[in-house]
Design a protein around this ligand. Structure first.
Ligand code: MGD
Ligand code: MGD
Ligand code: SF4
Ligand code: MO
Length: 708
């Protein structure tokens, strides 16, 4: 029997509104919903049936019987597996204290109700362990999003990046700097940019590579990766020295301008050209264009996060936007009103007396997220510093493909006393787990999804595959066994009841309108720093320690960092490593998104694999010719840290001397070529942004040769 249901795509947290077509209870097709907001379909969405019904799905709880890493498990029932998890956690607490148990949530833990009930705000780390007594809650925020979304905007404007909305529709110039909405799932921003372009709005893209979005731009500014800080400071120098900035704004609303003016003098057009590869004339023209155009908007993201000065670079770019009069104005970077809390989340209280790991090494990270920096996990497990970690609960993450130098992480996982993995598939991490629990796809779950000004209900359209469960109820079961089950909903009715406790009428309306319901949108108010709308005390200004937009940040200073948005040349790079550069002459970037994968995911889905069967390194024709490499050749990529095999994609989309390497490979279910191609074998565990602790995933040095 064929049926059509209106729902939300359940492959990833993108939340795209779709129509699902089922045949005898099997999902056979999904299509974007027509004429409702937030209805899109990314390339991967079309393959939803293959993901959901993949023969590789985990079907039952598993308990390890072999050695760690060996992959020998026996099937267990849910109660046995969950009891074992709780018993092991309590035994470790008894022996070492609660802080010895750590959690890590990844890119598979972003479902809306998961985030809401886990008390997650800006750092995505589930708070399950706080009532247990451990402060060691961590997440992929240890290497994604918070540099751009929390640290840079909080230290500059006193608000989070979630509230900084590019106003594409009303702008006269769109600058995309270190983001590629063209490959991103979900494709909502991409659609908005394309529509704005159709209206004739100009777009400039600043990227080390001619990405999808760069190829559609009016101008592509090719910058050496990791050197954007110097470019931003160089633009600021032109704008300041040529008096092109908003003087009234500067004098009334900022601190640290004088110091900035002195600091940027070193960033002359010549210096910027030598540092970034952007020609002097382009630096001058770009500065004058941004300052001379009214209503310039900005889209940026991870492209600026992974250098030795990621947080400071993003700050420099934000400051550039503010000084040119583009903050909180129509067509600029709009400051959204804070979201009204949707429902009363459980009150998770930070345990007293013990700091999470990484709090001393990364004080700003701890101060602004309250979480552990997971990059410090191996040290805590392997060396017991600052104290031993003995157990890890890992949900929706693939640590061994995502973090730099997997052998270090593997050693740590091997040494644990207990490890839990919750996933939809058997990951490499799971091979080291004591207990593996099967998670549903969101097609199998009851939930809801909020969008700006819109809301949808997620109604299950399929029975759970095998014995898979919604992650949230797995958390609820663990919490129940630890004595605080009331923090989580224990069944689907309770989930909706609790989530909509403040808005039962909205739930009733959503049940009538599965395609979605519009929410009231507050009227836009601009230049809110003038009217007291940015501060809780209602005074004009910004919600920072000084009350001003902090070009020189008090918070950074207090945490021991330079208060100005200073540039730091890459610690490993063509300008700073005369010893390494001759042997490793190519600048290596990793991890620009591709359509067919989501980080390590979907490299076992035949339809998606067909789109790009092999892991690629993008290399310029001249560099390829120098090495006798042709398109499709197998090549070896080598860094100081390791060597792996990839396939050459010879293309002028990358600049000469630069390569871009796909990430996500390195897990057991993947196609063999990908399974052996873990980009993080090449990256560096110790080379980090000192503020965020994020690893430097771009701008490292490598050599490439044709494989024998
Ligand atoms: N070299 C290099 N490394 C990088 C990056 C880079 O650019 N270069 N990018 C970094 C970035 S931005 C990120 S975010 C991290 C990604 O880091 P991860 O969080 O490890 O992301 P994924 O590889 O997507 O792994 C997510 C896992 O969650 C599982 N999953 C999916 N949905 C669900 C669900 O509903 N429930 C459960 N329980 N599991 C689910 C998937 O099967 C998969 O195993 O990688 C980082 N690593
Ligand atoms: N299909 C798909 N969608 C995804 C993901 C996925 O794996 N697949 N991952 C999701 C995740 S985890 C995240 S965090 C978001 C990220 O979303 P984005 O930040 O938009 O990520 P990318 O698409 O990699 O775009 C980053 C761009 O920055 C450029 N870049 C890299 N280094 C530099 C640099 O030093 N300077 C400049 N100027 N540019 C640089 C890259 O070439 C690339 O074009 O995407 C999400 N969406
Ligand atoms: S971004 Fe793609 S996979 Fe994710 S929800 Fe949307 S259509 Fe589905
Ligand atoms: Mo990410």
């Amino acid at each position: 029997m064929r049926e059509k249901l209106t729902t939300i795509c359940g492959v990833c947290p993108g939340g795209c509104g779709i129509e699902a077509i089922l045949d005898d209870g099997r999902l056979v097709e999904i299509k974007p919903l027509q004429e409702t907001p937030f209805s899109a379909l990314c390339v991967r969405g079309k393959f939803a049936p293959e993901v959901v019904h993949s023969p590789d799905r985990l079907l039952k709880p598993l308990i390890r019987v072999g050695e760690r890493g060996e992959g020998k498990f026996r099937e267990a029932n849910w109660d046995e597996a969950l009891d074992l998890v709780a018993d092991q956690m309590l035994a470790i607490k008894e022996k070492y204290g609660p802080q010895a148990v750590m959690s890590h949530s990844g890119r598979g833990a972003f479902e809306q109700s998961m985030l809401d009930f886990n008390g997650v705000e800006d750092s995505v780390a589930s708070k399950l362990l706080l009532p247990f007594g451990s402060p060691n809650i961590a997440s992929v925020s240890s290497l994604c999003y918070v540099s751009f979304g929390v640290f840079a905007p909080m230290t500059t404007f006193g608000l989070t990046g979630r509230r900084l909305l590019p106003d594409f529709e009303n702008s006269h110039l769109i600058v995309v700097w270190g983001a590629n909405p063209g490959t991103d799932s979900p494709p909502f921003i991409y659609e908005r940019i394309l529509k704005a372009q159709q209206k004739g709005i100009k777009m400039i893209v600043i990227d080390h590579m001619r990405s999808d979005i760069a190829s559609r731009a009016d101008q592509w500014v090719a910058v050496r990766s990791g050197s954007d800080g110097a470019l931003a400071l160089g633009l600021l120098r032109v704008i300041i020295n040529e008096n092109l900035y908003d003087k009234e704004f500067v004098s009334k609303w900022t601190t640290g301008f004088e110091e900035l003016r002195d600091y940027v003098q070193a960033f002359t057009p010549e210096m910027v050209e030598n540092t970034t590869g952007v020609p002097q004339e382009t630096v001058l023209a770009l500065a004058r264009e941004i300052a001379g155009t009214k209503q310039v908007t900005l889209k940026t993201y991870t492209g600026l996060e992974y250098s030795n000065c990621g947080v400071q670079t993003i700050r420099a770019v934000y400051i550039l936007w503010a000084l040119t009069g583009n903050l909180d104005v129509p067509g600029g970077l709009y400051i959204d009103s804070p979201e009204e809390p949707f429902f009363e989340a459980a009150k998770f209280v930070q345990p007293e007396g013990v700091l999470p790991i990484g709090a001393n090494e990364y004080p700003l990270f701890y101060r602004l997220t309250g979480c552990a920096q997971f990059m410090e996990f191996p040290k805590a497990v392997l060396k017991g510093e600052p104290y031993p970690i003995k157990a890890l609960l890992n949900n929706g993450a693939s640590i061994l493909t995502s973090y730099p130098q997997p052998h270090i992480w593997e050693a740590a996982l091997r040494k644990l006393d207990f490890m839990l993995v919750i996933d939809r598939f058997m990951t490499k991490d799971a091979l080291f787990a004591d207990v593996v629990l099967p998670a549903t796809t969101y097609f199998e779950n009851t939930s809801y999804q909020r969008y700006p000004g819109y809301m949808r209900l997620r109604q299950p359209i399929l029975k759970p595959i095998g014995q898979a469960r919604n992650d949230l109820f797995i958390f609820a079961e663990i919490a129940k066994r630890l004595g605080y089950g009331h923090f989580y909903p224990q069944n689907e009715n309770e989930l909706l009841e609790k989530a909509f406790a403040r808005k039962p009428e909205l739930l009733a309306e959503l049940l009538k309108h599965p395609e979605g319901v519009r929410l009231p949108v507050p009227k836009r108010q601009y230049r809110k720093f003038e009217t007291g709308l940015l501060r809780p005390d209602g005074l004009p200004g910004f919600n920072t320690p000084s009350g001003k937009l902090e070009i020189a940040s008090d918070l950074l200073k207090e945490c021991g960092y330079d208060p100005l948005p200073v540039y730091q040349e890459a610690l490993e790079g063509p300008l700073s490593s005369p010893d390494l550069h001759p042997k490793y002459p190519l600048v290596m970037n990793t991890g620009a998104r591709i359509h067919s994968t989501f980080r390590s995911q979907h490299l076992n889905i035949p339809g998606l694999l067909k789109l790009q069967p092999r892991p690629q390194v993008l290399i310029h024709p001249t560099d390829a010719a120098d090495r006798n490499i042709d398109k499709g050749d197998k090549v070896l990529i080598r860094t100081k840290r390791g060597e792996i095999g990839y396939y050459a994609n010879v293309t002028d989309r990358v600049m000469p001397g630069t390569v871009e390497i796909n990430m996500g490979g390195g897990a057991p279910l993947q196609a063999p070529e990908w399974r052996d191609a873990n980009a993080n074998v090449l990256t560096d565990f110790t080379n980090r942004d000192p503020i965020s602790g994020f690893p430097v995933f771009k701008t490292l040095l490598c050599q490439i040769e044709k494989a024998k």
